[in-house]
Design a protein around this ligand. Structure first.
Ligand SMILES: C[S@@+](CC[C@H](N)C(=O)[O-])C[C@H]1O[C@@H](n2cnc3c(N)ncnc32)[C@H](O)[C@@H]1O
Length: 372
C-alpha cells in the first residue's frame, strides 16, 4: 500500500478535532443528495419486494434480477469513516425497506450492511455509534424488523459512497519533488503533474466501477458523491483553493523554520477532483452502468446552510480540513499536535482574512448509476 494512503486516517474519537465532530460539510452533502439516494433505493427495493415478498426466508427468488438468491438485502457504504454520517445514509435506506415491508404486509428480510473503510480508521467509535443506532431502530421499527447485520456477503443491491472517491489509491507516481511547493494541482504546477493526477484518478475510478459491477445484482444501484468541479480546468480555484491555502500556511511554516522545505517539496495529496465530463466519460468507457443522474452541487466550507450568515466560519472550515488531513501531515512532516494546532490556526486566519463566503464552497458531483 502507498505510504500516503497507509497514513490516511480521518481523525478518530469524538473530541474537538475528530472527524466525527467535524463532518458537518459531509453531512450537508448527504442531506442534499437524500432525494437521489431515496429515489434509487426505492427503485431497487420495490423490484426486490415485487419478486420476493411472498417467499419465506429459506426459499430462493425465482424471477427477476435476484433470481436464485435468498430474499436478503445487501447494502454497502464505501468509505464510511468513523462519524455518524454513514448511519444517516443507512437510516434512509432502512426507512424505505421498512415502508416496503408494511406496504406488502410482509416479514422483514435479512439485511446485511457493509460499512467499509481503510484498516486504520477508528472502527471503535463507529461501533459505539452503531449501539445507539440499533436501539433507535428497535424503538422506531419494533423487534420484528431485520435482523440487520453489519458484515459480509458477495451480492449487493445498493451501494452508497460519499466524500470518499476523490481519495486516490496512491500519490501519482513520478511527481515526487516537482510540484514547486504546491500540495495538490495548482496553476503553477507543471502540466505533467495534472496529467499524472488525472491518470491515477481514471485508473482508480475504472477499478472501482469494475469491482462494483461484479458485486451488484443486475438492476442494482450505486449512488456516489465525491468532491469535484464544474470547471473544465483542473487547476481552477473552484477545486484547488482549500488545498492552496493549506500550502500557503505550510510555506509560511517553512519560512519560520518550523518545517523542512525538502519535506514540503515532497508532499503531495493523494486526491483528485474530477469534472462531470471526466466522470461521465469513464462510466461510459467502463460500460457496466447506466447513468440515471449526474450533477454538481456546492456546500459551504463550514457546513452551514446557504443563507445562514454572510461570513464563513473560519474555525469550522479549518477544523474540517484538519480532521481529514491531520494524519497525513503528522506522518509526512514528523510533527506533533502543537505544530498542527499552529498550522491550522494559520489556516483559519488565512481563510478569515482572504476568502469571501461566495468562494468558500466545495463543489460535489453526485451520480446515480444502475448496473446493466
Ligand atoms: C471524508 S471521509 C467520508 C466519510 C463518510 N462517507 C461521510 O460522508 O462522512 C472519506 C473516507 O474514505 C476513506 N477511504 C479513502 N480511500 C479508501 C479506500 N481505498 N477504501 C476504503 N475507504 C477509503 C477514508 O479512510 C475516509 O474514512
Amino acid at each position: 500500500m502507498d505510504r500516503f494512503i497507509r497514513n490516511l486516517r480521518m481523525n478518530g474519537g469524538t473530541g474537538k478535532t475528530s472527524y466525527s465532530f467535524n463532518s458537518t460539510v459531509q453531512e450537508r452533502a448527504i442531506y442534499v443528495t437524500k432525494p437521489l439516494i431515496e429515489e434509487a433505493a426505492l427503485d431497487v427495493f420495490s423490484k426486490f419486494y415485487a419478486c420476493s415478498a411472498t417467499l419465506s426466508p429459506t426459499e430462493n427468488i425465482s424471477d427477476g434480477p435476484n433470481k436464485g438468491l435468498k430474499p436478503g438485502i445487501g447494502i454497502a457504504d464505501l468509505g464510511c469513516s468513523s462519524g455518524p454520517n454513514t448511519l444517516l445514509v443507512i437510516s434512509y435506506l432502512l426507512n424505505i425497506i421498512y415502508n416496503k415491508c408494511r406496504e406488502f404486509d410482509s416479514a422483514s428480510p435479512e439485511i446485511v450492511m457493509f460499512l467499509n473503510d481503510l484498516p486504520g480508521i477508528d472502527f471503535n467509535t463507529l461501533f459505539k455509534h452503531l449501539e445507539s443506532f440499533s436501539d433507535e431502530l428497535k424503538r422506531t421499527k419494533g423487534d420484528g424488523f431485520g435482523p440487520c447485520f453489519a458484515a459480509g456477503m458477495n451480492t449487493l443491491h445498493f451501494v452508497h459512497s460519499s466524500y470518499s472517491l476523490q481519495w486516490l489509491s496512491q500519490v501519482p507516481q513520478g511527481i515526487e519533488s516537482s510540484n514547486k511547493g504546491n500540495i495538490y494541482i495548482s496553476k503553477s504546477s507543471p502540466p505533467f503533474i495534472t496529467e499524472a493526477y488525472f491518470k491515477q484518478f481514471t485508473s482508480d475510478f475504472k477499478r472501482f466501477l469494475n469491482c462494483r459491477s461484479e458485486e451488484l445484482v443486475k438492476g442494482g444501484k450505486i449512488v456516489v458523491t465525491l468532491l469535484g468541479r464544474r470547471n473544465a480546468d483542473p487547476t481552477s480555484l473552484e477545486c484547488c483553493y482549500f488545498w492552496e491555502l493549506l500550502a500557503l500556511a505550510l510555506n509560511d511554516m517553512v519560512s519560520e523554520g518550523i518545517i523542512e522545505e525538502e519535506k514540503l517539496m515532497s508532499f503531495n495529496l493523494p486526491q483528485y477532483m474530477p469534472s462531470n465530463e471526466e466522470v461521465k466519460n469513464e462510466i461510459q468507457c467502463e460500460g457496466s452502468f447506466m447513468i440515471n443522474q449526474l450533477e454538481a452541487f456546492q456546500v459551504n466550507w463550514d457546513g452551514s446552510h446557504e443563507d445562514d450568515s454572510s461570513e464563513i466560519d473560519s474555525y469550522k472550515a479549518a477544523s474540517c480540513i484538519r480532521a481529514v488531513s491531520e494524519s497525513l501531515l503528522m506522518n509526512h512532516f514528523g510533527i506533533g499536535e502543537e505544530i498542527v494546532d499552529k498550522l491550522f490556526h494559520m489556516y483559519m486566519t488565512i481563510v478569515a482574512n482572504n476568502v469571501p463566503k461566495g468562494k468558500a464552497k466545495f463543489t460535489n458531483i453526485v451520480m446515480s448509476l444502475t448496473k446493466v
